[in-house]
Design a protein around this ligand. Structure first.
Ligand SMILES: Nc1ncnc2c1ncn2[C@@H]1O[C@H](COP(=O)(O)OP(=O)(O)OP(=O)(O)O)[C@@H](O)[C@H]1O
Ligand SMILES: [Mg+2]
Length: 147
């Protein structure tokens, strides 16, 4: 399924739509090149889950965690761009962070991707003129939730 995201307002609305359907254990896998809008969409999801204030990009920290009551469910926002080996995700303690939490993953292919998980909502962002386009592929666990 392809979605047109002509501006930042459309991106926020898309983030809110994902947030409304998100459950603990899910992964939102955000792929797309540099500047495609992955962090922007992640911020839209995190804001719609209740977070107020800044959402730092996890470019350098790799992992940022959010906990209730500030957000509706435990949340992990990760950016795997800087990882060189898939095993580094485990070394960071990703499994522990993910316990009972939803994961928003930028550059998921750096750690082997999450396509084998039924709770994976794969979102590929592409630049389209001044805006963006999203190609959304829901895993089996999203049946009845997406679209
Ligand atoms: N739907 C949209 N329409 C227009 N501009 C957008 C849209 N989504 C994001 N942008 C803009 O694109 C720029 C890059 O966005 P962002 O930082 O989210 O990309 P990214 O995919 O996280 O990049 P990187 O891989 O370098 O971290 C930002 O200036 C953002 O405001
Ligand atoms: Mg980014």
């Amino acid at each position: 399924m392809t979605l047109d995201l002509p501006d930042l307002a459309a991106m926020d609305a898309f983030g809110a739509r994902i947030a409304a359907r998100l459950r603990p254990g899910d992964v939102v896998a955000l792929s797309g090149g540099l500047g495609a809008g992955k962090t922007t969409l992640a911020r839209g999801i995190i804001a719609a889950l209740g977070h107020r204030g800044e959402v730092p990009s996890p470019t350098f920290t790799i992992v940022e965690a959010y906990a209730p009551p500030a957000v509706r469910m435990p949340l992990v926002h990760a950016d795997f761009y800087r990882l060189e080996r898939a095993e580094e995700a485990a070394e960071l303690g990703l499994d522990d962070y993910r316990e009972g939490a939803a994961l928003i993953a930028e550059w998921p292919e750096r750690v082997g991707g999450f396509a084998e998980e039924p709770g994976c909502l794969a979102v590929r962002l592409e630049i389209a003129g001044k805006g963006r386009r999203a190609i959304v592929e829901p895993g089996a666990g999203w049946q009845g939730r997406w679209p």
